[in-house]
Every structure is written in structure tokens, then in C-alpha cells.
Design a protein around this ligand. Structure first.
Ligand SMILES: NC(=O)C1=CN([C@@H]2O[C@H](COP(=O)(O)OP(=O)(O)OC[C@H]3O[C@@H](n4cnc5c(N)ncnc54)[C@H](O)[C@@H]3O)[C@@H](O)[C@H]2O)[C@@H](O)CC1
Ligand SMILES: Nc1ncnc2c1ncn2[C@@H]1O[C@H](COP(=O)(O)OP(=O)(O)O)[C@@H](O)[C@H]1O
Ligand SMILES: [Mg+2]
Length: 273
């Protein structure tokens, strides 16, 4: 297991070339947010846009459109009850699952539509739906972002057993498509195809609803924008998420997810050499 350091941020975050435009920084499609959980996709999108994704669209329940636009006019909206095949296939990165509730139909349609060259990030309710319905993973560049209970449901590795990296690696390797696993906890671990990395930062001031939705949006923004640095871009997003929380915690008892997203542009500018 390797401990990540601040170096990962210098390695991944790059000064932008003058000759570039929004399409140079990736198209992200976020799918999630039932009427009850609209906040989850708003937090995904705030994180992806503030991390620098070039174009962000959100396929969600139409009852969330106004609230999303009020928070983030930079994002576009799509009704998640429509056929999403074209929208999925035009994206560089698709993030599905935050606040998706019981919409198994949307997970199945997304897994059918996604193509092998695309990055698919699976979070939140989509992970629970995959576990409950024993779905097979699609052939794409797959990233999964479970917390410990979601990982237990998916892999059968209990939360106690998760302390042993070998158990998590075995379960990851047994899946039909080996995903990059971001196993969220205090000191989140990232299992790539053959190595394990761990962040040294972050703390209990992050234990608030929406914190994982924000991380998933950051991973979408980083992977869409820093395509050539895959999978280090995932590690940089995980490290930055907790590093910003650490800074905020110096004078905030809880570090709100929306405040982490708001801090991203200034934080990232320090590393763009
Ligand atoms: N504002 C919103 O719309 C929010 C929507 N959310 C969405 O709600 C859906 C359900 O997610 P939940 O995670 O709440 O529900 P889950 O039922 O999937 O998991 C939460 C349960 O897991 C247990 N648990 C054990 N270890 C844990 C760990 N290390 N981290 C977190 N939980 C652990 C907790 O005790 C809790 O009972 C997701 O799709 C999520 O994206 C949440 O993000 C909360 C905020
Ligand atoms: N005690 C803690 N120390 C460090 N990080 C934490 C702690 N508690 C929660 N987090 C982080 O907060 C996030 C919680 O994710 P998740 O449970 O999916 O939240 P949600 O679904 O509500 O958005 C993860 O990134 C996790 O690592
Ligand atoms: Mg979550």
C-alpha cells in the first residue's frame, strides 16, 4: 500500500494551454437524483463544474431542474425518464447513481448504452441496485466509489474484513470487469488494477450527507479534464477532496460539501504549474 502525498496534485493538475476550448476539458454526463434526492446531483454537478469539467449535463427528475439551475446555471439538464442513449454516447465521462433511488431501469439502460472507450463512474444507489440485482458490469473504463456498507453489499467483504487489503483485492479481481475501486472511509483507499493507494488526510468534519456525492463529481471533473493522467487523476481528486476539507476544518466544525466545491478553483490554481 502506498500513501499518497501532495505530489499527486502537481503531477495531475496542469496549466491550461492557451489554444483550448470547453470541449478540450471533457463532457460529463451525471445521471441521478430522484425527486427526493435532487441535492445529490446538484452536489455532483457543483463539484464537476468547479473542478473544471468543460461541459456538464445532468439527467435527473424534472422536479430538480429549477433548483439545479439556481445553484449552477453552467450545467445543462435532461429528463432522466427519456432515452439517454445519445447523451451517454456523446459524453467522455458518465457518472451514475448519486440519489438514484430505486431506478434500476436507468442503471440497466446506462450499462447497455455505455461504450468501451468511455469512463463510467458508479456511485451511491446504483451500487446498491447492482448488488441487489446481481447486475454484470459493462465493458468500459469502470470506477466504483462505494462507502464501506455499499462495498459490503457489492462484494460480500464485511466492514471488519475490509481492514485486510487482500480481501478487497480478491473481490475486485473476481468482478466480471475489474473496476478501479475507491473505497471510501477515514483514509480512503484506491485500488487500481494492481496496486493500492491510501490518502493520509481528511477527518470526521467530512461526515455529512453529500460528501460522497461531491467526491464523485470531483472524480468526474478530474478524469474528464486530465484524460492523459488516468488513473492518477482519480487519486488527485480523492486527495484534493480531503485536503480542502482539512483546510476548511481549521475554522469550520463541519466542512460542508458545497463549501468544498466552492474552494476548488482557488485550490487547484496553486498546483497548476
Ligand atoms: N441531499 C441528498 O440528496 C443526499 C442524497 N444521498 C443519496 O442517498 C442515497 C443513499 O445513500 P446512503 O449512503 O445514505 O445510504 P445507504 O443505505 O446506502 O448507506 C448508509 C448506511 O451505511 C452505513 N455505513 C456503514 N459504514 C459506512 C461508511 N463508512 N460510510 C457511510 N455509511 C456507512 C450507515 O450506518 C448507514 O446506515 C445515495 O444514492 C446517495 O447519493 C446522500 O448522499 C445524502 C444526501
Ligand atoms: N471520519 C471521516 N474521516 C475522513 N473522511 C470521512 C469521514 N467520514 C466521512 N468521510 C468521507 O465522506 C465521504 C462520505 O461518502 P458517502 O457516505 O458516499 O456520502 P454521501 O452519499 O452522503 O454523499 C467519503 O469520501 C468519506 O471518505
Ligand atoms: Mg454516497
Amino acid at each position: 500500500m502506498k500513501k499518497l502525498t501532495e505530489d499527486i496534485l502537481y503531477q495531475v493538475i496542469k496549466k491550461r494551454p492557451e489554444q483550448s476550448h470547453k470541449a478540450s476539458y471533457g463532457r460529463v454526463l451525471i445521471i441521478g437524483g430522484t425527486q427526493q434526492f435532487g441535492g445529490a446531483v446538484i452536489m455532483n454537478a457543483l463539484a464537476a463544474v468547479n473542478a473544471g469539467a468543460g461541459l456538464v449535463s445532468v439527467a435527473t427528475d424534472p422536479s430538480n431542474f429549477t433548483a439545479l439551475h439556481a445553484h449552477l446555471p453552467e450545467a445543462m439538464v435532461i429528463d432522466f425518464n427519456d432515452d439517454l442513449t445519445d447523451d451517454i454516447q456523446h459524453a467522455d465521462v458518465v457518472l451514475i447513481g448519486s440519489g438514484l433511488g430505486n431506478r434500476l431501469d436507468i442503471v440497466e439502460a446506462t450499462f447497455d448504452a455505455i461504450m468501451a472507450r468511455q469512463i463510467l463512474i458508479v456511485d451511491g444507489s446504483a451500487l446498491t441496485l447492482v448488488a441487489e440485482n446481481k447486475l454484470s458490469w459493462p465493458q468500459s473504463q469502470l470506477i466504483i466509489t462505494p462507502h464501506q456498507m455499499e462495498w459490503q453489499r457489492l462484494s460480500g467483504v464485511t466492514i471488519n474484513e475490509q481492514a485486510f487489503e487482500a480481501f478487497n483485492m480478491l473481490a475486485q479481481q473476481r468482478m466480471n470487469v475489474q473496476p478501479i475501486l475507491v473505497l471510501k472511509q477515514h483514509h480512503t483507499q484506491i485500488y487500481t488494477l494492481n496496486q493500492v493507494f491510501e490518502i493520509p488526510n481528511g477527518g470526521p468534519y467530512q461526515a455529512t450527507g453529500g460528501m460522497g456525492d461531491t467526491l464523485a463529481g470531483m472524480i468526474a471533473g478530474f478524469t474528464a479534464q486530465f484524460m492523459l493522467s488516468f488513473p492518477e487523476s482519480i487519486m488527485a481528486a480523492v486527495y484534493a477532496h480531503s485536503a480542502i476539507a482539512d483546510e476548511l476544518s481549521k475554522n469550520h466544525y463541519v466542512t460542508l460539501p458545497t463549501k468544498i466545491s466552492a474552494a476548488l478553483p482557488e485550490f487547484m490554481s496553486r498546483y497548476a504549474k
